[in-house]
Design a binder for this molecule. Structure first.
Ligand SMILES: Cc1cc2nc3c(=O)[nH]c(=O)nc-3n(C[C@H](O)[C@H](O)[C@H](O)COP(=O)(O)OP(=O)(O)OC[C@H]3O[C@@H](n4cnc5c(N)ncnc54)[C@H](O)[C@@H]3O)c2cc1C
Length: 317
């Protein structure tokens, strides 16, 4: 049976849904081993948060080099384990860190790499959506381990209970990888809202908010939702770029996506079209996003959202 290596993905000290999604994709190819790269003394605690996903084995490598030397040190360790296991595929979450580490490992091991896959078939064929989601591409790595980064929230995660064998390992971090040192880091300022890519409900605002996200945030808070934004809103400086949904932002696939004052450009759709239920609030009945909506409200978001917020609160009380 083939082996598949996944790089376990964490937010803070907890394995993310992406880890389960990678395991789900990997299980279609072969037996899944997850690699945990942890600061010294933290490996067991991080590995213990991998409780879901079809993962047969977890390999833990501890080193403070991962903190001090960032992605270069992680790439050294990941390349070492990949070279030892020679898996059919190496699957990594497709965020900035994941794509950089994947590229470095591909260079080190002279393997092919495919980024931003939205699906991976049992024969390691990756599916990508390009040109804002309008074109589907299927491609395969012809040489060595197939290194594939998978966009979070695009694979339906199988939350089967994980009961992996835990193995500790070591890896030599090269002097080259230690040439750059991280001198300080600033953790992102977190509000009380869930992480955008992990949330079950996302409420997003666009140009229609005219810069006032108050009603969008209040509705999101009534639902316990994350707040997203269109690029028009982030480019205008109305909301942080880290909340942008779409082709050049984040991909979300929540149970419920509520788009407020967003027209539905193809680049926005690319980041939210796999949401399970889509609600669109727009004062223009011709807005293209209504084509994707399961439920649409033609109206001014500033008139629609406050009573909706009160309605949710009353329902909860
Ligand atoms: C290479 C590239 C990458 C891109 N990447 C992204 C991306 O990642 N994400 C993204 O979102 N965009 C992206 N874009 C931009 C995209 O093409 C659109 O310009 C953008 O999505 C438009 O944002 P919007 O819907 O908020 O604004 P608009 O298109 O201006 O739509 C605003 C909508 O709000 C409605 N409205 C106005 N006032 C109200 C009100 N009071 N109540 C209710 N409705 C109201 C209007 O009827 C309109 O439909 C990208 C573009 C390019 C070229």
């Amino acid at each position: 049976m083939s082996t598949v290596l996944i790089l376990a993905d964490f937010v803070g000290e907890k394995a993310t849904k992406s880890t389960v999604e990678l395991a789900t994709a990997g299980a279609g190819i072969g037996e899944v081993t997850a690699l945990v790269l942890a600061p010294a003394g933290k490996g067991a605690a991080l590995a213990a948060t991998i409780t879901q996903g079809a993962i047969a084995k977890v390999i833990v490598i501890e080193s403070d080099d991962f903190i001090q030397h960032g992605v270069a040190a992680s790439a050294d360790a990941l390349a070492h384990v990949t070279d030892q296991l020679k898996p059919a595929a190496l699957l990594i979450a497709s965020h900035a860190f994941g794509k950089e580490v994947a590229g470095r490992v591909a260079m080190k091991l002279v393997c092919g790499i495919i980024t931003d896959a939205v699906d991976v078939a049992p024969d390691c064929t990756a599916t990508q959506l390009v040109f804002g989601g309008s074109t589907t591409v299927h491609s395969k790595v012809p040489q060595g381990t197939a290194i594939i980064t998978v966009r979070p929230n695009t694979i339906t995660a199988d939350f089967v209970a994980a009961n992996p064998v835990i193995e500790n390992a070591t890896a030599q971090i090269s002097d080259v990888a230690k040439k750059a040192t991280v001198t300080s880091t600033q953790p992102p300022v977190k509000g009380g809202r869930p992480e955008l890519t992990e949330a079950n409900i996302v409420v997003s605002g666009g140009r229609g908010t005219n810069g006032d996200f108050g009603a969008v945030e209040a509705f999101a808070d009534s639902l316990g939702a994350a707040v997203g934004a269109s690029r028009a809103a982030t480019d205008a400086g109305w909301y942080p770029h880290s909340h942008q949904v779409g082709q050049t932002g984040k991909t979300v696939s929540p149970q419920l996506y509520v788009a407020c004052g967003i027209s539905g450009a193809i680049q926005h759709r690319a980041g939210m079209q796999t949401s399970k239920n889509i609600v669109v609030i727009n004062k223009d009945p011709e807005a293209p996003l209504f084509e994707l909506a399961d439920f649409g409200v033609v109206g001014d978001l500033f008139a629609v959202l406050p009573p909706a917020t009160e309605g949710v609160k009353a329902h909860k009380a």
